[in-house]
Design a protein around this ligand. Structure first.
Ligand SMILES: [Zn+2]
Length: 334
């Protein structure tokens, strides 16, 4: 099905880390209101006891993730840091974000485990943004992750030009969330529009629009067609398939499987976001047989990969990211 002629194993380039700081990781987690049952559900979905939220979450989460990667067809996963929400002056907006994962935590984990590739997260308005970027490049960062609508990042702010230029010079790609979001608090809903990525694209950064601008809510705006339009303007724009196995986001899969879009797709699961093939099956994107075969697989990284391969995503969409990530030493695992 999804074997690759080059023998390269697939990479899942959108995998979140979370932690409560147990063991001195520096992570924090602040889950409120209706996000609380949602978080507990995700924790159970990946195979951890719900009580892990208040225990040794950081260690358990990493051990569990390593086990899933090793038991899957994947060669590696890109693990994502998460910077704090900052205002336009680069000051931390206290009490606004819901979780934090320090860059050093992902860089250290990736140094210890060949299954992990480190994506750092830097709010470009931070007064130390450029220094932090250099530090992360020296530490082996392969990608930079941000959520403009949740972290309050107007990527088109001209003050960030030097930051994007430095990313382009060092071939560090940007993974930016696009489309609405329901698992994290939103600060600037209008920054869900993929056009927020124009300046980094003009500066020559390879940009991956997470979720291809698709929406996950019934009554929220849809930016998929805006994303498609931008891929025509910018050859350096890609889209990831993350969370396409949740109820609404996956409805544009048929367009994503056709040229010219299919050549811009990269594999991401959005782990620990739940993965279910029901929606793809109901829409006719997946046969009953393939749905039954992969839906019962407890390894959700593998389930997400196999469901997408069965829907018709070609082998290259699972390995393309290898040529987009910054190549830091040592070389990516085969
Ligand atoms: Zn995500």
């Amino acid at each position: 099905m999804a074997s690759n002629p080059t023998g390269e194993r697939p990479i899942d380039m959108h995998v979140h880390l979370v932690g409560n700081g147990a063991g001195g990781t520096g992570c924090w987690l602040r889950v409120r209101g209706w996000h609380r049952p949602l978080a507990a559900m995700m924790i159970r979905h990946i195979g951890l006891p719900a009580g892990a939220m208040h225990g040794e979450l950081d260690r358990l989460y990493v051990e569990c993730l390593l086990e899933w990667v090793r038991g899957s067809s994947l060669g590696a996963v890109v693990i994502l840091a998460q910077d704090e929400v900052h205002d336009e002056q680069g000051r931390v907006m206290e009490g606004v974000g819901s979780f934090y994962v320090p860059n050093d935590y992902v860089l250290d984990l990736a140094a210890k485990h060949k299954e992990f590739l480190p994506a750092v997260s830097i709010h470009p308005a931070r007064p130390d943004a450029l220094d932090e970027l250099e530090r992360c490049l020296a530490g082996g960062a392969v990608m930079m992750k941000c959520l403009p609508n949740c972290q309050n990042i107007n990527c088109n702010d001209r003050r960030f030009t030097r930051f994007w230029e430095r990313m382009a010079e060092t071939r560090l790609p940007l993974l930016a969330h696009t489309g609405d979001e329901h698992t994290l608090p939103i600060v600037r809903p209008e920054f869900a529009d993929p056009r927020i990525l124009t300046l980094p694209l003009e500066c020559g950064v390879t940009v991956i629009a997470a979720h291809c601008g698709t929406k996950s809510g019934l009554f929220t705006p849809e930016y998929f067609h805006g994303f498609v339009e931008m891929t025509r303007r910018f050859p350096n724009l890609y889209g990831d398939t993350s969370a396409f196995n949740v109820p609404i986001r996956g409805r544009h899969i048929p367009e994503c499987l056709r040229e010219p879009l299919v050549s811009r797709m990269v594999q991401g699961s959005d782990y620990p976001v739940p993965v279910h093939g029901h929606f793809a099956w109901l829409r006719g994107f997946l046969s009953w047989r393939d749905f039954r075969r992969w839906e019962t697989n407890p390894n959700i990284l593998e389930r997400d990969y196999k469901l997408k391969a069965a829907m018709g995503f070609p082998p290259e969409s699972f390995t393309r990211i290898r040529r987009l990530l910054r190549q830091s030493l040592p070389p990516l695992p085969a």
